[in-house]
Each structure stands twice: as structure tokens, then as C-alpha cells.
Design a protein around this ligand. Sequence first.
Ligand code: PGA
Length: 251
Amino acid sequence: MRKPFIAGNWKMNMTHLEAIKFTQDFGYEFRNSKGCEVCLCPPFIALRSVKNIIDSDRIEVKLGAQNMHWEENGAYTGEVSPLMLSALGVEYVIIGHSERREYFFESNEVVNKKVKSAFKHNLKPIMCVGESLAIRESGRAEEFVLCQVDECLSGIEKKDIELLTIAYEPVWAIGTGKTATSGDANDMCSAIRRKIAKIYNPETADMVRIQYGGSVKPSNISELMSMSDIDGALVGGASIKLEDFTAILNF
Ligand code: PGA
């Protein structure tokens, strides 16, 4: 059985002071009624403060980063390494988010290097894939997403894949208020799982958690979570609204 997994991607929002306040309030409001694994992914500058509150207030959540470089250290001005994240007690790291792909030109090859490096440093990647509206309208969405899965996972061992989370996030649904229908989202998640079964084996595919992301909100989470191949959600905008995020976690 795959444990449901909901992660909040705060994106470039909140100063570390706002993050501290939010996490304290969240700890006060949050009751894990669904036995779900929950992860908060604040900006780098707030990781340390958020971690301290999670520990001191014993909040049942994991800590995730939104990105990382693949190297351990070196002359990469402005970057943050997997070693630095592990040292902070970060457990998850979002890799290849469509905003990274679009605005920072991250290719499948770069995503692949980052996923490999995350595993090497005992970080669990949440690897994002998803098609643009133009690709969806051309009828090639599945082919495109499965190619992303294939290229991003190139050379990654089976034992690591079991710890992988894949987030299927159709680009046209991110931050737009448009959600894929639960049927369409589930079809893509099933196709991704079949692809993993083909590259590795059906048992491994059965263990990989696949999240849906793109305008997840309190009103659509229950239906999404009821689908056979959707194991959770990667939540953006609604994850920094306390009431919405706690409602989502109580789907
Ligand atoms: P959204 O973002 O929930 O605001 O659409 C999702 C994401 O980008 O992970």
C-alpha cells in the first residue's frame, strides 16, 4: 500500500519571519486525520527556521527543498548543494519543477543529474513532469510526459526508484485555477506507472508514489485522492493559505 503524500510548495513566497509564523500556526491547526505523509517546502532561507519549529513543536511533517544543484560544492555562485540540504535535516527535494524548466532552462538531462545526486545524498526527490497546453492540444501529452520520465530516470537504480515520488503537473494547470479532470490526471498517472513497470518491474512501479499538481484546492482534493493511481498532491498556491492547506490535508 502506498502511503498518501501531500507536499506544499511555497515557491518564492514568505520571508523567514513569515515562514516561522506560518509554521507555528500550521502546527497549531494541523491534525493528521488521514494518516498522510505531509511535507513543507519553504524557500532555502527559511529551511532552518522551519525545521527548528517542526522539531520543537513536534509537528508531524517532513521538510523539503524546492531545488538543488547536483554538485556537493564548488564555484557555482548562488546555488545550494545536496550536502547543505542534508546537513539541515531536509528529507525531500523537488526537482525539475516546470517553473525551473521554463525560467531556468532545466532540461531532462539536468533533472537526471539532480535526481541521481539527491539519491546519492539520501534526499528523496519529488521529480516533476508535465506537458504544456500546446502539447496537450496536439494530442501528444502522454508521449511527451513518458519521454520526460524515461530521460529523467536514465541510469537510476531500482532500489532508488522505490524512494522516488513523481509529481505529474500539467503546466497549463499550474497557478491558473484550471485543474485537469480527475480522470485525465489519473490516466496520465497510470501511464507513468506502466512506464516505470516497463523500465524496472511491476513491484517497483507499485511502490512509487505519484502526485498530481496543478491548482489543487480544498474543493477538488477529495476527488483527486479517490483515483486509483493518484497517491497525493503537490500543492502550490493553496499551500501558503493556512485554512486551505489544512482543509486539503483533511480531504
Ligand atoms: P498550484 O502550483 O497549486 O499553485 O497550481 C502547483 C505547483 O506548481 O507545484
